[in-house]
Design a protein around this ligand. Structure first.
Ligand code: SAM
Length: 231
């Protein structure tokens, strides 16, 4: 399964999808990142970084720190590195979110957009995320494919790879099981004006696309406890 995902996302990267996703995800992604409060000395982690746009956003704010983007697809990592040549504190590596190649407590904040539902084992990935975060570190996650947003369910057929369809409560529970606290969910809406056009590859009709936009993206924020003994 890991190889299948890597092969498919490598093809996406070669076909220019990393940059296309960056453009498509920015209007919601920037609103989500604003909740992360990245400090000057921050050490940020971006899970499933794609083109690395969110990694660069964190690196820019963490002038005396750094940001690391990881992605299962080595071709995505290649694109991310290429687009980050001007950054001295943005790093990228090919890795599976379920086995993070980092020491315990390495990062002070983490972000992930449109990546979690591709993971074979989301619980293990969130436990890994918890492990590599410092006590008190904040996490911001966005997903568009979730049970409550019915218009996105068609993606399951359209995507040439396995994905997990979870509801808001299931996501919340996974964060809880992984040891996170202050778990909150919300929605973020894309402010881009809707035109007559709609992405026909992903939606059966314009009505479906409008329903997707109206339902919004699922935002989950959480924190690693400051003091594990008290959680
Ligand atoms: C839909 S793209 C989103 C990319 C980027 N976050 C964005 O917003 O543009 C999903 C990304 O997650 C990565 N991915 C999927 N499964 C992964 C895993 N198990 N570990 C790390 N990355 C993974 C894919 O390679 C892909 O680049």
């Amino acid at each position: 399964m890991e190889e299948r995902l890597r092969t498919e996302f490598n093809q996406w990267a070669r076909a220019g999808s990393a940059e296309r996703m960056e453009r498509g995800h920015l209007p919601v992604g920037l609103q989500a990142l604003a909740r992360l409060n990245v400090e000057r000395t921050a050490c940020g982690l971006d899970l499933g970084c794609g083109s690395g746009w969110a990694t660069r956003w964190m690196a820019e704010r963490a002038a005396d720190g750094f940001a690391v983007g990881i992605d299962l697809s080595d071709e995505m990592v290649r694109v991310a590195r290429g687009r980050s040549a001007d950054f001295r504190n943005a790093y990228f590596c090919a890795a599976n979110a379920e086995r993070l190649p980092f020491a315990d407590g390495r990062f002070s904040c983490a972000f992930s957009m449109e990546s979690l539902y591709y993971y074979a084992d989301i619980e293990t990935a969130l436990r890994e995320l918890h492990r590599v975060l410092m006590p008190g570190a904040r996490v911001v996650v966005v997903v568009d494919l979730f049970r409550e947003n019915r218009a996105t369910h068609g993606w399951i057929e359209r995507l040439n790879m396995p994905v997990q369809l979870l509801g808001v409560d299931e996501y919340r529970r996974l964060f809880e099981v992984a040891g996170f606290v202050e778990i909150e969910d919300g929605r973020i809406y894309d402010p881009t004006p809707v035109t007559e056009e709609y992405p026909m590859r992903w939606f059966a009709s314009r009505a479906d696309y409008l329903s997707y936009r109206a339902e919004g993206s699922l935002l989950i924020t959480a924190r690693k406890p400051r003091d594990e003994r008290r959680s």
